[in-house]
Ligand binder design. Structure first.
Ligand code: 4AD
Ligand code: MG
Length: 430
């Protein structure tokens, strides 16, 4: 077995073999510095002509970017490396010579990099982002498993549309009409009545004609759903979950955050509880700030969310939105029926909404009326209504968008870099 770069600290002073690729290279007549990567990390290999001899040194000097190779060398402590180690190379075995790799160390435009996404993923920055994404997924499973949740997988092919019908990807299911899932929520409600506390993690499809730094056509969502949890309980789970993933990334991805140049002081204090503001107060606040374009009853746009988030150094919950701008399943506030028991969690630094959640209607007659008012098909929602006929209980849940969360925690501008192969308006390649 080859030694992985991330584990070299265990082999200080010893000889190891690494299987990897040449990311970059600098050389003079006497010494060559190889930037090596193996998927687990990056390390510098030092090749000294005097020590390795003519033949190995010539091989090192001839190496081209992204050639695959085995490198045999001794692990040596080095304070300048982010790992604290470098490899003193003894021998090199080239597996494949790479010719004319298109992504050179010089700067490239975004469209060029996106066209070469299958190769761009190998760069140090993209590698760091994928590892942070992986850490958030790992910490998600850890959090929900430790808190008594079961993972449940809702279907991707569905016959109903929980978040409204305008942004659906329609497809054929033999002779029937079907849609790609835009949220697993309704199925997770059924699962919560069977298993109590559940969470899902899966792809979500929205045919949104939005071309912004926050929108993907295909994104991944974590959707927890909890029986007997009310609106307040729901917010507590959310702030504890988000705190856990931020603290886990800080603890387990210091090298990756450093690669991205992330300002850690923006993350260290992200711990529950999070501030809350009602929709009513948010509207007042926006009017005071001079936003005349928004009235009570309107949904917030990105500039509104950013203005609200700027007042806080943690994510902020905006609660109790008007009934008219939220989906049919949300429980109204018991004190006034023009707002619902919902909250969006807005990330700091302009990253926008990362969570949408609510308490769900659990009264059968009331939910039926809502389905009728929204002109939804009673046939498609028959099973969903039945959940309210057989031992209905108050319950709540939420959905966290993975890519927006990765973007915020990593501090990258656009969600396109936070998913391996982004699906965007006008982009289905590669
Ligand atoms: O607010 P949304 O639409 O909520 C739901 O789908 C609920 N059914 C979830 C639930 O209660 N189980 O979406 C949830 C989150 C958003 O807050 C955002 O982070 C992300 O999903 N999201 C997107 N991320 C990237 N691109 C898009 N086009 C997104 N649309 C939503
Ligand atoms: Mg939302």
């Amino acid at each position: 077995m080859k030694t992985m770069i991330k584990d070299v600290s265990k082999y200080a002073g010893e000889e190891v073999t690494i299987g990897g690729w040449l990311a970059n290279k600098r050389s003079s007549g006497k010494i060559a510095f190889l930037q090596l990567r193996d998927g687990s990390g990056f390390i510098q290999g030092v090749v000294v002509k005097e020590d390795v001899g003519e033949e190995v040194f010539a091989k090192a000097k001839a190496l081209t970017q992204e050639s695959s190779l085995y490198v045999i060398g001794t692990v040596q402590r080095d304070e300048r490396s982010p790992f604290g180690f470098e490899l003193v190379v003894k021998d090199i075995e080239v597996i494949q010579d790479s010719k004319d790799y298109p992504i050179t160390p010089k700067a490239h435009g975004t469209e060029f990099l996106m066209d070469n996404r299958h190769l761009w993923l190998r760069s140090k920055r993209q590698h760091a982002l994928m590892q942070i994404r992986n850490e958030i997924i790992r910490a998600t499973y850890e959090f929900f498993n430790e808190n008594g949740f079961s993972k449940v997988d809702p279907p991707i092919l569905t016959g109903s549309a929980p978040e409204g019908t305008s942004e659906l990807f329609a497809t054929k299911y033999f002779d029937e009409d079907a849609y790609l899932s835009q949220s697993g929520q309704l199925y997770m409600e059924a699962a919560a009545m069977a298993l109590g506390k559940v969470f899902s993690f899966g792809p979500t499809f929205r045919a949104e004609k939005s071309k912004t730094r926050r929108h993907l056509i295909e994104f991944w969502m974590i959707e927890p759903e909890m029986a007997f949890y009310d609106f307040e309980d729901n917010l507590e789970v959310q702030e504890q979950y988000v705190s856990h993933i931020v603290q886990s990334v800080l603890k387990n991805c210091p090298i990756q955050l450093n690669t991205l140049g992330r300002d850690l002081s923006k993350l260290e204090h992200i711990k529950a509880p999070f501030p809350r503001i009602t929709y009513d107060d948010a509207i007042k606040f926006l009017h005071e700030k001079g936003f005349d374009d928004i009235q009570w009853g309107d949904d917030f746009g990105a500039p509104h969310e950013t203005a609200i988030a700027e007042s806080y150094d943690k994510p902020v919950f905006i609660t109790h939105y008007p009934t008219g701008i939220k989906p049919f399943y949300m429980q109204p506030d018991p004190n006034r029926d023009d707002v619902v028991l919902c909250a969006d969690l807005i990330a700091p630094e302009g990253y926008g909404e990362i969570i949408g959640g609510s308490q769900r209607i659990h009264d059968y007659e009331f939910l039926k009326r809502r389905i009728e008012e929204h002109n939804l098909s009673m046939d498609a929602y028959k099973w969903y209504l039945e959940l309210r006929q057989y031992g209905s209980v108050p319950h709540s849940g939420f959905g966290l968008g993975l890519e927006r969360t990765v973007a915020w925690i990593s501090g990258v501008e656009h969600v396109r870099e936070t998913i391996p192969f982004p699906r965007l308006l006008n982009r289905l390649y590669p």
